[in-house]
Design a protein around this ligand. Structure first.
Ligand SMILES: *Cc1c(COP(=O)(O)O)cnc(C)c1O
Length: 356
């Protein structure tokens, strides 16, 4: 930490919004359906420990990508069950019993690798083509589970590749495999498959537990009619300088933007080194005291410029660079052809997270 703790921008997380999203997502679950909050990648950039503390009452379990993330939660005092999606490796197997973490077995060798007393879920690859055991192997896996008395099976899981594309042919194909999984393991072990999109759009996949990620943070994974989800994240910065520019004068690298008239602009100390993506140059508005202004010229490493026209603001005035109804992470993603997941995870960890 610097001797002068002072930040050019910070991420503000609205905990009330987060809880509202979580409650909304639970509304269409049958009673008895369990739920896991997916808080990998530092809760999609929202801060895993704080998010875990605030939504713990609404979820039965947390899920993270790897043991490092899980241990950090335990060290912060989080006591909920934690499922680790990633593969167990020799370097991490001792952590599972030590920190009471649940493993995911996605290949045969993991049965031998896990330490005595470890709880695990088996992942079947029903079509995602990432981790998991091929569905043709289910008979053998069932026997393997039965004979692995040192470790205990807590669930069977799978993951959808296209739950956000309605009832696409691919989704139907995965649902067929899911049916085989149910026939084989249903009633014997808890089954879980649904991510946010499936939880919202495919109630037939809820099974014994759903796994909520992106929707919890307020982004609808499915394009179409909006629901009650709200982005929990706002990125705040402030005015470093307010300057005059003549009509025709240009701003930033490449001099790609010219002032349409005499007027003022502000320099805001947030740039691509913080995660304000350079290919958003000139695409998103920012909000200053409730008024929208266009970001103009190229995004630089540590600054963006914003055109005010006839308005002016004092240095130090607060600015929302991301997170309002016209510039939240979902709109950023649309503007540059990516997904809100990548935008949220892409905000640099040096940008402090604050909670309201
Ligand atoms: C990330 C992840 C999820 C959550 O996905 P969202 O689309 O964010 O809801 C669920 N299951 C697995 C296995 C994942 O890796």
């Amino acid at each position: 930490m610097s001797d002068y703790p002072f930040y050019h921008s910070h991420i503000e997380i609205d905990l009330q919004v987060l809880c509202n999203n979580a409650r909304y997502l639970h509304r269409n679950l049958k009673s008895g359906t369990h739920s896991a909050a997916v808080i990998k990648a530092d809760a999609y950039g929202h801060g895993a420990v704080e998010v875990a503390r605030i939504i713990g009452d609404l979820y039965d379990m947390f899920a993270v990508a790897n043991v490092t993330e899980a241990v950090a939660l335990r060290k912060a005092g989080i006591t909920h069950p934690i499922l680790v999606f990633g593969v167990p490796v020799p370097q991490t197997v001792k952590a599972y019993p030590e920190y009471d973490l649940e493993a995911v077995i996605s290949s045969d060798d993991h049965f031998d690798l896990l330490e005595q007393g470890t709880s695990y879920h088996v992942e079947i690859d029903s079509g995602m083509g990432r981790l998991g055991i091929h569905p043709d192997e289910m008979d053998r896996i069932e026997k393997r589970i039965a004979s692995a008395g040192r470790i205990s099976c807590k669930g069977i899981m799978t993951h959808f590749a296209s739950a956000d594309e309605g009832n696409s042919a691919y989704m139907q194909q995965q649902k067929k495999v899911l049916k085989q999984i149910r026939e084989k393991f249903g009633g014997k072990y808890p089954l879980h498959a649904a991510n946010s999109a499936a939880s919202l759009d495919h109630p037939d996949t809820h099974l014994d537990m759903v796994r909520h990620g992106i929707a919890l943070y307020g982004y609808d994974p499915t394009p179409g009619p909006s629901n009650q989800l709200q982005p929990a994240m706002k990125w705040r910065s402030w005015v470093a300088q307010c300057k005059f520019i003549h009509k025709g004068g240009s701003l930033s690298y490449g001099a790609t933007w010219q002032a349409p008239a005499d007027g003022h602009y502000v320099v805001i100390p947030t740039g691509y080194a913080d995660g304000y993506r350079r290919n958003l140059s000139g695409k998103m508005p920012v909000s200053i005291e409730g008024v929208w202004y266009p970001q103009v010229g190229r995004v630089t490493m540590d600054y963006i410029m914003v055109w005010l026209g006839d308005d002016r603001y004092d240095a130090g005035t607060n600015v929302v660079v991301m997170g309002g109804d016209r510039n939240h992470a979902g709109l950023w993603a649309e503007a540059i052809g990516t997904i809100p997941y990548e935008i949220c995870c892409g905000i640099h960890t040096k940008v402090p997270r604050k909670y309201v």
